[in-house]
Design a protein around this ligand. Structure first.
Ligand code: ADP
Ligand code: MG
Length: 584
């Protein structure tokens, strides 16, 4: 008996599940499905996005509905057109072996008469946005007076979007005896009110802790001056060459503006907001799904429907007004068991908001530094080297090789490499070598580190030649380093994994141990190489970069709640005096 069978599901569903390749139920499915199948009960289920809620209500609903009857028996309300379509598609997949079952989606922005026609043909399950549903009830295009089951999916988002009155109206057109199943990522008091008002002794299910953000997400903030937001965004993107991200702005105008600037600056970016036509939005979303768009700049409302699993970074270009909204934003990453990073670009006057969010998500933020030009150059350089290594050779070149050899004659290998890399890199380097420090200085120099002063307990930034391609994320790499070096939990910090390499920090007194351990160190026959990074630790705790540029040291950020070490003062010692050389 499979685990799904044990939940009480019948053959048509089990067959579909096996076609879908689901191996075992997710937690919310394990907890909801047996209850909904066996009991005639209302239900409130709290679970993060990406935890499989659609099947948690979809399987039981499909099994319980009588497909022989054409009456509408199940209604699912969801906040956006995109979610509506996603749920409908999922339910169609789940019910592929249930003959005669029709699932119809109704939502705004598409022909209402066509949707009415589909309903008329017989739709046992209707998936709807509240606005269009209300509209169609008013026009008597849909009859929900005989439904047995009503699902409020993403209830918190629906209420956030101001659908309370619509939902109330819609529910008043449904029979009293129906069962209501409410699914939500968070439980703000508005949702509690709905549960109280419209439900009877609901069974409550919570997956993970209430109101907690997905723990696979690391939260980071970067303090910059208000005018440096855009420059900071660019650096964060440049420091993460493989980035696949949603950038959240507060207004449609900012969204459009930031996207346009990114595109002008050569990034694969796109805008998603309500002033675009549905067609334009579909185009952007398609490019994003195909990863042709690497940075999707979006408003909160427009991003509601985004269901893309591999988003590596959520970037809060500005913080939202509502804390709740932050949870929704950061929930776009760290899905499907992957880890993700939610970054907040923030000015000093907004810092107190971080505390409020920490309280809400029950997770601490890391205070990080916008990487400086040197770190970004290093990252780009290694990235470029890897790109060259992995480039498929174009056979057409063979014919021209003798001629090319003539041109390049007398240049040795090292020199040739330098030249090839310089082709792309110099432009980058020129841009960043003159760049300024974007990090907003705080009260300054409490610890009295003066220019050129290298504290012996400083933090050292390292480069290691393994990264995400080797199956590491920041958590697992940290574990690996700790285990290999036999260190304590806090000794390794600011772990930043990139595609084929990574960075991390330790305190300076551990440098010898670390470099020693990773001399001639092999895993599976491959050398694992660790070097002290030339960057002072830009996105982390090091402060040497400021000294190097002769600015005042930025002392310890007093209120910093991030993990131990991240706030430690001092840049790394060894190569601190060296300036912008030795990239090759
Ligand atoms: P939520 O509504 O909680 O955000 P979804 O229902 O949209 O999550 O599911 C997220 C993804 O996980 C979907 O692509 C879905 O097909 C997949 N999924 C759902 N249940 C399982 C399972 N038991 N095993 C594997 N994948 C699953
Ligand atoms: Mg869902």
């Amino acid at each position: 008996m499979t685990k799904f069978e044990a939940l009480g599901l019948d053959k048509p569903l089990l067959d579909a599940i096996s076609d879908l390749g689901f191996e075992s139920p997710s937690e919310v499915q394990e907890k909801s499905i047996p209850v909904l199948l066996e009991k005639e009960t209302d239900l409130v289920a709290l679970a993060q996005t990406g935890t499989g809620k659609t099947a948690a209500f979809g399987f039981p609903m499909i099994q319980k509905i009588q497909e022989e009857s054409r009456t509408t028996q199940g209604l699912i309300l969801s906040p956006t057109r995109e979610l509506c379509l996603q749920i409908t598609n999922e339910l169609k997949l789940y019910s592929k072996y249930v003959k005669g079952l029709n699932v119809v989606a109704i939502y705004g922005g598409a022909s209402i008469t066509e949707q009415a026609r589909q309903i008329k043909r017989g739709a046992q399950i209707v998936v709807a946005t509240p606005g269009r549903m209300k509209d169609m009830i008013g026009r008597r295009m849909v009859d929900i007076s005989k439904i047995d089951y009503c699902v409020l999916d993403e209830a918190d988002e629906m209420l956030n979007m101001g659908f309370f009155e619509d939902i109330k109206d819609i529910l008043s057109n449904t029979p009293k005896e129906k069962l209501t199943w409410l699914f939500s990522a968070t439980m703000p008091k508005e949702v509690a009110t709905i549960a109280k008002k419209f439900m009877h002794n609901p069974v409550e299910i919570t997956v993970g802790s209430k109101n907690a953000g997905a723990s696979t997400v690391q939260h980071e903030y970067y303090v910059v001056g208000g005018r440096d937001r855009y420059a900071a965004l660019k650096r964060l993107a440049d420091a993460n060459p493989g980035i696949f991200s949603v950038v959240f702005c507060r207004t449609k105008r900012d969204t459009q503006r930031v996207a346009e600037k990114l595109i002008e600056d050569g990034y694969n970016a796109g805008a998603l907001h309500g002033d675009l036509s549905q067609n334009q939005r579909d185009l952007v979303m398609n490019s994003f799904r195909k990863k042709q768009v690497q940075m999707l700049v979006a408003t909160d409302v427009a991003a509601r429907g985004i269901d893309v699993d591999d988003i590596t970074h959520v970037i809060n270009y500005q913080l939202p007004d509502e804390i709740e909204t932050y949870t929704h934003r950061s929930g776009r990453t760290g899905r499907a068991g992957k880890s993700g990073i939610s970054m907040v670009i923030i000015t000093r006057s907004e810092l107190r908001k971080i505390k409020a969010i920490e309280k809400k998500i029950q997770q601490d933020f890391l205070s990080k530094q916008i990487p400086d030009g040197i770190e970004i150059c290093e990252i780009q350089l290694y990235h470029l080297a890897n790109k060259i290594k992995e480039t498929k050779i174009n056979k057409e070149i063979d014919d021209y090789l003798p001629a090319i050899n003539d041109v390049l004659e007398g240049i040795d290998r090292d020199e040739l490499i330098k030249k090839i890399v310089s082709v792309e890199f110099t432009q980058f380097y020129n841009y960043y070598s003159k760049s300024k420090d974007l990090n907003s200085q705080d009260s300054g120099n409490e610890r009295g580190i003066s220019k050129g002063d290298i504290p012996s307990d400083g933090s050292v930034r390292y480069f290691i030649n393994v990264g995400e391609r080797d199956g590491y994320d920041w958590m697992s790499l940290k574990d690996f380093l700790r285990d290999t070096l036999k260190l304590e939990k806090e000794d390794i910090y600011n772990v930043d994994t990139k595609d084929t390499f990574s960075f991390f920090n330790s305190d300076a007194q551990l440098t010898e141990l670390i470099l020693q351990t990773f001399t001639e160190f092999k895993i599976d026959g491959r050398f694992i190489n660790v070097e002290v990074s030339k960057s002072p630790g830009g996105s982390g705790g090091g402060r040497g970069g400021k000294k190097r540029r002769g600015k005042k040291g930025g002392g310890y950020r007093g209120g910093n709640k991030s993990y131990k070490g991240a706030g430690k003062k001092g840049g790394y010692g060894k190569k601190g005096g060296k300036k912008k050389q030795g990239f090759y």
